[in-house]
Design a protein around this ligand. Sequence first.
Ligand SMILES: *[C@@H]1O[C@H](CO)[C@@H](O)[C@H](O)[C@H]1NC(C)=O
Length: 267
Amino acid sequence: MISIVLVACATLATQVSAQCTRDSLKAITAEYLASLAGGKPSFVSPQKTNSLPLLYLENDAPIDIAKGVLSQGIKIDFNRSIYDTTACASYTEIVATTKHSYVIGTRLSVTDGKVTKIDSVVCDDGDWLFNAAGSLRYNQQENWDPIPEAKRNTREVIKAAGDAYIDAWGDKTISPPFDAKCARLEGGSYLTGNCKLNFQPPFVLLNKRYTIDEELGAVDIFHNFPFLDKAIARDPGTQTNNLLRVEGGKIKYIHENTVCQKKSCAK
Ligand SMILES: *[C@@H]1O[C@H](CO)[C@@H](O)[C@H](O)[C@H]1NC(C)=O
């Protein structure tokens, strides 16, 4: 009898953890967005009825969720999300051009239907090339429609394009697969036609965290960037993230959000 119950429980647990659908990620992400707009960090309250703890980070630092951007009530002008049903995570970018303007990139990690980690890169005035009006204008004009099923790239191809883009910064032998019209939205500035970057060695990128969406041809990579910000140690360096749109194996769009520990590290 006991063994039958155990088998039943094990089966149920497998079903629950396997249940990471696009629709469930969309619903959780919509809830996050509504909370961000409404200033209600309590959206994670169901967490309390479940033993899973929630880790909340802004710019790589764990903070009290009640004291972060979720408590403010941010009027969102624009949002875009990608959904990773394999890693069970979503990535969302928002732009707010209000008086205190923001560009925020957030990765939600979901376990058994609950958000277990919220990782946000919170950019505002003084951050790398920050200009919310520019972010809004350029982001809105891009086409991130779902890629027709027959033309979708595999998760591996999309991830490899993302890795090639950021790994080429420290290794000039890597040639990332750029589309001829590749465009890079960095802070609020927009550069088209040349997305290649390369920096003096030694150049090490640490703490990569991926969100990959085959339907949208998207990969987001949270990582650290060395040397930019003199206020902090070179390694691991500055908190940043890069969101890429890959079409037919080629990198079409890149969005970068980078935080300055000391404001205006860019100048
Ligand atoms: C996010 O964007 C969609 C349109 O893409 C919009 O319908 C929705 O209201 C937006 N959500 C928030 C919270 O602004």
